[in-house]
Design a protein around this ligand. Structure first.
Ligand code: ADP
Length: 488
């Protein structure tokens, strides 16, 4: 099959969150399974160009409509992590120091969506599947059917994956936005199409993708169900219920080549189930790096974007509370909001000389690997979590996750005491309410097990390593969906 992935992020060259990991790893796995996969991205000035091989221009003058005129863009080809990628310049929109956060983000992504379709059309690329991800590429299925369907290109099928429904691409100046790329908003501004179900004067790009795509997926079955409820749907629940026959959840995997404790070059010592005890050398190295004292204590770790979704108050509470329970605590995190970083800096300063805790405020790929390997427990107290990758990584590294029961966390972590699976079938700890009471109760169960029943704790950690959360199974599920909509 020939599949084109359209995305605003991809790892490792333009990564903000899990979406980037998914786009790259799913494409790699689909290639392994014999498919031809290309990723089409905006050519941001802020990408990691040093990680792109053989970058060269393949299309000199791609004419893209822009406010009633046509602008010439260039298309470059290159290889990233073994996948063929196409990068489209988007005038000044792609001259930026970060992928998101500028007022013209929605204009960039709308322009890019049109440019990507125009490129496929002009070069007679006719992928069987156009797979789009999140609000940034949500207009692609809309424009594909509204514009290109009438131009004799109709054989491709569109899949749209919702990685996060917090950002939907809501816009009250739809006439200007769509008009920019030569589309008449009146064609799509209706309750059946792009008009938002609540903010009636706005278009909603994600709604458009849901209406027009041949299939919609999200990144875990539980989050799929949550999105169909009024609490988790963020206004899209009615629509997703209406289209439930073309909507499903597929749990993400992680790239087992990148995340493998047996071969990971960023670790102090490699290990597997056969020599699990070597994991301890990473704990020692982590303590050295972060100036933690070498004591008979478990290390609890958090690696996360510091955003409200991740349960910031619970994370802050956990720092002090776990120290009181006799553990050490390591946090690696960064927020797009300077005030949140400031809060954590204040906390860091107030904990000053405490050699049982280290808060690292920033982004650090290498340190994250050593944390996954060196910690004993990994905390994810998210308020909502579409899938979550960090619990999958910690499981792979034999670090026991403690998570809140929501979204993909509920689908992948099974509580030692409460899942009813017994020790053999469990891999972590799970709590229900986003309350300090539930959090403390669960941290205390985990810490007590570490101190009082080390053989049980080690078994739990080893169980985690035995679960298969690679892309093998999810890629098969996507393949089934592609085949299903192709045949329709
Ligand atoms: P989200 O997509 O909501 O950010 P995920 O759990 O799906 O959350 O993915 C987060 C990814 O980003 C993981 O690979 C995690 O290791 C990485 N990550 C998050 N914060 C940092 C950080 N400060 N430094 C290094 N890696 C980070």
């Amino acid at each position: 099959m020939y599949i084109c992935m359209l995305s605003t992020e991809m790892a490792p060259i333009a990564k903000v969150g899990g979406l980037a990991d998914v786009v790259t790893a799913l494409s790699r796995e689909l290639q392994k399974r014999g498919h031809v996969c290309e990723i089409i991205m905006p050519m941001y000035s802020c990408m990691r160009y040093d990680l792109i091989e053989d970058l060269h221009c393949v299309y000199e003058e791609l004419w893209v409509p822009h406010y009633g005129q046509w602008r010439a863009e260039k298309v470059f080809s290159g290889r990233v992590a073994g996948v063929n990628c196409l990068f489209i310049t988007c005038g000044n929109y792609t001259e930026r120091s970060a992928i998101y956060g500028r007022e013209d983000d929605i204009f960039l992504f709308t322009y890019f969506s049109r440019a990507a379709l125009e490129f496929m059309y002009k070069t007679e690329r006719r992928p069987e599947i156009i797979h789009c991800h999140d609000w940034g590429t949500a207009l692609v299925p809309v424009m594909y059917y509204e514009i290109y369907g009438g131009l004799g290109w109709g054989d491709s099928r569109c899949v749209f994956t919702i990685h996060n429904n917090e950002c939907q691409g809501l816009c009250w100046y739809g006439d200007k936005l769509l008009g920019m790329v030569g589309m008449d908003v009146s064609r799509v501004f209706s309750p059946e199409k792009l008009q938002d179900d609540n903010a009636k004067n706005c278009i909603n790009l994600m709604k458009g993708a849901i209406v027009y795509s041949n299939f919609i997926t999200t990144v875990s079955p539980t989050f799929g169900n949550e999105m169909k409820s009024s609490e988790g749907g963020r206004g899209l629940n009615g629509l997703l219920n209406r289209f439930s026959n073309k909507f499903g959840g597929i749990i993400n995997g992680i790239d087992y080549d990148v995340w493998n404790p047996a071969t990971d070059g960023k670790l102090a010592a490699n290990y597997s189930l056969e020599n699990f005890e070597r994991k301890y050398e990473n704990k020692r190295a982590l303590r050295e790096w972060l100036h933690l004292s070498d004591e008979w204590k478990p290390i609890i770790a958090v690696v996360t974007r510091l955003t409200a979704q991740k349960g910031l108050d619970l994370i802050k509470h956990a720092v002090r509370s776990s120290l009181g329970m006799g553990a050490q605590f390591v946090l690696l995190g960064e927020s797009p909001d300077g005030r949140v970083n400031g809060d954590f800096w204040n906390m860091k300063n107030s904990l000053g000389g405490n050699s049982n805790v280290h808060l690292w405020i920033g982004y650090h790929e290498e340190l994250s690997h050593l944390i996954y390997a060196g910690a004993d427990l990994f905390l994810i107290p998210s308020l909502f979590e579409p899938c979550g990758l960090t619990q999958l990584i910690s499981l792979r590294y034999g670090t026991v996750p403690m998570v809140r029961r929501t979204g993909g966390l509920a689908d992948t972590v099974f509580d030692l005491d409460r899942s009813g699976r017994g020790l053999e079938g469990s891999n972590g700890y799970v709590f229900g309410n986003a309350s300090t009471g539930d959090l403390d109760e669960t941290m205390s169960r985990a810490i007590r097990t570490w101190f009082d029943a080390p053989e049980v704790f080690t078994q739990l950690a080893r169980n985690g390593m035995s679960f298969n959360y690679s892309w093998e199974n999810p890629a098969k599920d996507y393949e089934n969906i592609y085949n299903y909509i192709k045949a329709k």
